[in-house]
Design a protein around this ligand. Structure first.
Ligand code: AMP
Length: 553
């Protein structure tokens, strides 16, 4: 029996179509950037699309050919957005590098990806000058600024000026049409163990993800929004907001390197930001600033918080003190990154406050396009009962099949596992799922504390500690114990000026958590180390406290 073929237009899902759409239908909608140079820059989607075309011409003039990698070391700004569209749109691959990584890691990543062009912000000039001799494949170094801000001299050979390259072109360029499965961009995982690995997104995966990101039960983006992604454009494409923003024709507000509480608050207010997204640590800074100065937000309505578990106390502060809806989200570099978001169903409308909060504090439900499973040690699926925890697996058209450089179809190289004839990506996270599909991360599998055969969730303990008014930040790690194998050690950064000792801190857990899960000890530190994407670096903490002797040991 032959199937009937659909008779719809064959139009590949290409990233350039987002820019073209925004230029036509949100022509005068603004993109506002706080530049590295220190000033505020204003442009529109129409002007941005034209400059992206000029950039595509300029990159071709530099000798770039389809598939070549154009790397960026840059903060959130309009030039970075032009590179997103100008490179991917013309068949090149946009490789966003995290500038917060160690210089040796940056060089390793740029060489691994075989970057041909490196575009970078003004404040990374000293870094790139140091790195340039190690970047064997980079043929063109482009400083993302105007002529006036170019350095009089630099050790970088043939350092080009971004604005000059763009402005030398006429924009008479038609976006090419090609297969939607073509690679559009690369982002490397943070690589806390071993070398970082590249996730290679396609035009198709990026567009499908942008549709899903904009949905009401997802990030709910709209043309009426002014979106300020605090999450950097080098952290999994700012969680897709540069694409979803174009898809709906929203105003974008890009904060550049100015991510302290004061700078962010001022930008939220002057640009009347309605929606934002970022990791928990940035909200710590912003909320402290707002509280210390007795300020209120006048337009800010909702935010996505993810990348690490959002402490319930932070959610409460944003909601109760500022009327800001918090959408707790979970995802990964390998997932473009969106997987789940905490949004209620109709049946939850009448729930009493505690039950409603409990659901919203989970990492939420999958968006269409991602499916998930939890499995036990035997690899068999576990029930969705809200308390059985297991390894979390995902699949979907924006979930990776292979890392950059690995051969597709070679089972020895594949990161995927087979379950009942389907391929799944193991996330490395441990989670529960309730009967309504609300997923809750209890830990990274390597961070779980295994006490006498029982598992203790470090995230749960951290959330309780964060609820104490004197705690600025808290991490829980496993500490060796002669009887129980491992017991939890709580590491705390106190708020400035707060007097808080171990006895009071541990007393805070009484009645808030099962007695046997209460940490055995507290260590007070000045600072908790973070990864380049703002996650607590527990590896470093475990090293630091490897000889710590628990009082119970
Ligand atoms: P990355 O790819 O560097 O963004 O890291 C992805 C990992 O971050 C996930 O596998 C989780 O371990 C963690 N993560 C992301 N979002 C959350 C969240 N909302 N709660 C807890 N962990 C999270």
């Amino acid at each position: 029996m032959s199937r009937l073929t659909g008779q719809m237009m064959q139009m590949p899902l290409l990233i350039s179509s987002l820019a073209v759409h925004a230029a036509r239908h949100a022509a005068d909608t603004e993109i506002v950037s706080k530049r590295c140079e220190g000033d505020i820059h204003r442009t529109t989607w129409q002007a941005l699309e034209l400059r992206s075309r000029k950039l595509a011409q300029a990159l071709a003039r530099l000798g770039c050919e389809p598939g070549d990698r154009v790397a960026t070391l840059a903060w959130n700004g309009y030039r970075h957005l032009e590179i997103y569209y100008g490179s991917s749109g013309s068949g090149l691959v946009c490789h966003t590098i995290n500038p917060r990584l160690f210089p040796e890691q940056i060089a390793w990543i740029a060489n691994d990806a075989q970057d041909k062009v490196l575009c970078f912000d003004l404040n990374f000039l000293p870094l790139v000058e140091k790195l340039a001799p190690q970047l064997s494949q980079v043929k063109h170094f482009v400083l993302m600024t105007d002529r006036a801000h170019m350095p009089p001299s630099s050790s970088i050979p043939r350092l080009a000026c971004y604005d000059e390259l763009v402005e030398a072109e006429d924009g008479a360029y038609a976006w090419p049409q090609f297969d939607e499965n073509t690679a559009s961009s690369i982002c490397y995982t943070s690589g806390t163990t071993g070398h970082p690995k590249g996730a290679v997104y396609s035009h198709r995966s990026t567009l499908l993800h942008a549709f899903a990101a904009a949905l009401p039960d997802s990030m709910g983006c709209s043309a009426a929004d002014a979106i300020l992604p605090v999450v950097p454009m080098f952290h999994v494409n700012a969680w897709g907001l540069p694409y979803a923003g174009a898809l709906v024709g929203a105003k974008l507000v890009l904060p550049g390197p100015h991510l302290d509480g004061k700078s962010l608050y001022e930008l939220f207010e002057t640009e009347q930001v309605t929606f934002s997204a970022g990791v928990p640590t940035v909200w710590l800074g912003l909320l402290n600033y707002v509280k210390q100065n007795g300020l209120k937000f006048s337009s800010f309505r909702r935010t996505v918080i993810g990348g690490s578990a959002c402490p319930p106390s932070m959610m409460r502060a944003l909601e109760e003190e500022h009327g800001v809806e918090v959408i707790h989200a979970w995802g990964m570099t390998e997932m473009s990154p969106l997987g789940t978001l905490s949004k209620l169903k109709a049946k939850h409308v009448g729930l009493e406050d505690a039950a409603r909060r409990q659901l919203l504090e989970t990492q939420g439900r999958v968006v269409y396009g991602v499916d998930m499973l939890i499995v036990g040690n035997d690899g068999r699926p576990l029930p969705w009962d809200g308390h059985t925890s297991g390894d979390l697996l995902v699949r979907g058209p924006w979930v990776i099949e292979n890392y950059f450089g690995q051969k597709t179809g070679d089972p020895r190289e594949s990161p995927l596992v087979e379950i009942d004839g389907q391929s799944w990506f193991p996330t490395g996270d441990v989670a529960t799922i309730n009967p309504d599909g609300f997923m809750q991360i209890t830990d990274r599998s390597k961070d779980v504390i295994k006490s006498g055969g029982e598992w203790i969730s470090s995230i749960e303990l951290e959330n309780v500690a964060m609820g104490h008014p004197g705690v600025h930040e808290a991490a829980v790690i496993a500490c060796a114990h002669p009887k129980w194998d491992e017991r939890p050690l709580l590491v705390v950064v106190r708020k400035p000026g707060v007097v808080l000792d171990a006895k009071e801190m541990l007393g805070w857990f009484e009645g808030r958590i099962a007695k046997w899960q209460i940490p055995d000890d507290v260590a007070f530190v000045d600072e908790i180390p973070h990864t380049a994407t703002g996650k607590m670096l527990k590896l470093k903490l475990r090293e630091k406290f490897k000889d710590h002797k628990l009082p119970t040991a």
